[in-house]
Structure formats: C-alpha cells, structure tokens
Ligand binder design. Structure first.
Ligand SMILES: Cc1ncc(COP(=O)(O)O)c(C=O)c1O
Length: 409
C-alpha cells in the first residue's frame, strides 16, 4: 500500500491563492464559497454552510430549528461533549438516550421513551464513522414533529442503506478539526436541503447580517456603502470559517475519497489481524449490513476477564505500537454535569416558568449500555498516511494478542 500525503502541494497552492489576495475585502469569501459548493456537490445536497468548527455548526443547526430555553433535545452520551454542549449553548436541555451495545450507536428504542411535549429535536451521532439506524429515528421524528440533526463530525462518505450519511436528517454537521478524515486544522460545515433552514443557519452564524443568503456567505462592499443600510436583522454569532482554512478544506474535499479510503484500509488491516488470530476477546464495533462505515477510528471492545485496559495499552506500546485512545467519559459523567456547574442551571433549568421538566439525575445510571461500553473501548487510530506505520501497529496488535493468549492470561 502506498503512502499518501495528508497535506500536500495543492493545499499549499490554494493557501497561497488566499495570501495573494492580501485579504482584500473585494475578494470576499472566495474560498469559502468554493468550499461550500464543492462539499454540497459531493453530497448532492442543495445547501452547504461552512463554519469555524463542528461545534459551532451544531449550535447553528439548533438555533435555526428554533430550539430555545427549556426545550429538550435527545442526544447520545457516548460521544465528544460538543454534541450536548451545543444544546446547552441554546439554553436547551440535553436528554441522554442509551446506545446499542454492539454498534455503539444511538438507537430509536432508547429514544422513544424519552419523548414528551418538551422534546424538540434529536441529535444522532455517526460514532466512529458508522451511521446509526436512521429509518426508525426518522419515523419517530415524523410522528412527534421533531427535528433531526446528524452529527457527522466523525463520518465522511459513510453510507446508510445506500444513502450518504449526512443526507438523511433535516440538517447534518461535519467537523474539519485536526483529527478528522478531512481537515483544515479547525473547520466545519452543515448540509441541508431546506432553504429556510439554510438561510437561518447562515444568518445565525454570520452576525445576523441582512445581506447574507443561503448560498451567499459574506456581505459585499456594495451592500454597506449606504448610510441608511440596515445590517443586522437578528442577533447572530461570528462563526465564519477563515479563508485560509477554507482553502485547505476545499482541497481536502476534492481529495476526500483518497483520504477516507486510507482510514478504511488501516481499519481493515487491524480487522484482519483480529480475524487471523481468532481473537474472541477483542470485539470490533458491529457494522450492520445496511451500513458502510468510514472508520474515523477502528474500535474494539476489550472483553477479556483478566486483562485491564491499561495493561493492554502498556503491552501494545512495548511491542512498538503508537498510543490509542480511550472513549470519552460519558458526557453526563463529566464533572460539570455531576456538579451541575453549567451557567444556565439556576437561571433556566430551575426556573419553573422556563423549564417544566425534571432534569435527569446525572449521578444515577442513565444509560447502562454506554456506561458498560465506555470502560472497555479501545479506539485504534486509522490516520496512517505512511503505510509502514499502519503495518507496525498491526504487528504490535498481533504481538499483544499473542502475548496474552500464550501466557494464558
Ligand atoms: C461527534 C463530534 N461532534 C462534534 C465535534 C466537534 O467538532 P469541533 O472539534 O470541530 O468543534 C467532534 C469533534 O471534535 C465530534 O467528534
């Protein structure tokens, strides 16, 4: 397998194009627009609205959908914290739904019992690159008139029943942060086919400017050369992606197939080692027949009676492997939830006028499957641009499995 460049000459070229503009405002949002058009085209989506990161994207989606104080939004707890932070950034209440023990994904059967008259949206997360089972979630959403936002920060060119993950919910959010399949250091983008939502997202993420549009990312000089010009039709945030990042994100979008394919190749290499060794105590994330995952990471459950997570990692390192990641603490197990030390709690959640519901008790077991999984997950990296590194890690995996098997541990 050949080695590939993660960031190469073409990225440099496009960055230089931006630098050559001297950031003249007459050049507007040249790269931003090109990036949005290219990304929308890859997904055959009507609208793409770029952002500074994949947290801001989620915030904008929720705001555009009219989610506000006291509304409930159902989220999985096994994910990076941004999924629920965005909910709180809108002063809404995250309600945690359990995940499937084999796919690790949010599941309609755990979502349904949590729906009540305060529920306004569901954020699904395509964890590790695998789309959740979306049809039952979309059916629930239709029945209860809920908005579905796909958090696809970790899933690029993933498929669900032949459809691209990111084209199923009402809106979908992607991250271009440095660990992701495609990156511009920081960055994000939203897809939607709904023009009203697209405009609302743009306005919210661009300071509420009157002069922006679903497809127009920046106001022009002409707009503002009139003393009577009214700029702001609403309050908004400045979540625009910088042109330098947009330049890199554009090239990465052009190269997306190559970059995603590399992750899949690395994951398949690790999978082949587990199969070759007939290792029953490393259980990979189940990829159902309906899905094609893009393997942001290759994730296995450590199901060994006598081997602890740390012991596995120490041996792996000893055998020349790189570090790998543990799953995040479940969001509600983070100290800020345990102590309820988020700003809004007094003002919003304990204000009976604003929030008629009862907060979930974050000190109790809310999502037993996710709690059990979180301790066992091993997230092997798949971003091996140099193929020798992937092989070295596959060898470390082989030796680690052998060590514990041969010593009958
Ligand atoms: C599932 C998920 N959602 C949201 C984010 C937030 O993206 P960003 O870091 O670009 O804000 C990330 C990753 O960082 C993520 O993994």
């Amino acid at each position: 397998m050949k080695s590939i460049e993660r960031i190469g000459k073409k990225e440099e070229e496009y960055v230089k194009e931006v630098l050559d503009t001297q950031f003249r405002s007459s050049k507007g949002a040249m790269m931003m627009t090109r990036f949005e058009q290219a990304f929308a085209k890859k997904y055959n989506s009507k609208f793409a609205i770029s952002h500074i990161n994949g947290t801001a994207t989620l915030h904008s989606c929720l705001a555009a959908a009219g989610i506000g104080p006291g509304d409930e939004v159902i989220v999985p707890p096994l994910t990076m914290s941004s999924t629920s932070f965005a909910v709180m950034q809108q002063n809404a209440v995250p309600i945690f739904a359990d995940v499937d023990p084999e796919t690790f994904e949010i599941d309609a059967k755990y979502v349904e019992p949590l729906i009540n008259e305060r529920t306004k949206a569901i954020i699904t997360v395509a964890l590790y690159g695998l789309s959740p089972d979306m049809d039952p979630i979309m059916q629930l959403a239709k029945k209860h008139n809920l908005v579905v936002i796909e958090d696809n920060a970790q899933a690029f060119l993933s498929y669900y029943k032949g459809r691209l993950a990111g084209t199923i919910g009402h809106m979908s959010s992607f991250s271009f942060q440095s660990s992701k399949h495609v990156t511009s250091g920081e960055g994000g983008i939203i897809l939607t086919d709904d023009k009203e939502l697209a405009l609302a997202i743009r306005r919210f993420s661009s300071l509420g400017y009157a002069g922006v549009g679903a497809e127009k990312g920046k106001i022009t000089k002409k707009d503002i050369q009139n003393p009577n010009y009214e700029r702001h039709v609403q309050m908004g945030f400045n979540y625009r992606i910088p042109e330098l990042c947009a330049a890199v994100a554009l090239v990465q979008t052009e190269r997306i197939e190559e970059l995603v394919q590399r992750r899949i190749e690395a994951a398949e290499l690790f999978g082949s080692v587990i199969k070759e060794k007939k290792c029953s105590w490393l259980v990979p994330q189940k990829i159902p027949d309906y899905a094609k995952t893009s393997y942001w990471t290759y994730v296995v459950k450590l199901e060994h009676q006598n081997v602890k997570w740390e012991e596995f990692q120490n041996k792996w390192l000893e055998f020349g492997g790189d570090g790998f990641y543990a799953a995040w603490k479940l969001t509600y197990q983070e100290p800020m939830f345990k102590t309820l030390s988020f700003n809004f709690v007094e003002k919003i959640y304990n204000n009976k006028e604003m929030y008629k519901g009862k907060l979930q008790d974050y000190n109790k077991s809310l999502c037993p499957n996710a709690e059990e999984l979180q301790k066992k997950l091993i997230q092997l990296k798949t971003n091996y641009w140099n193929w020798e590194d992937a092989e070295r890690n596959a060898q470390a995996l082989r030796k680690t499995i052998d060590f514990f098997d041969k010593n009958n541990i």
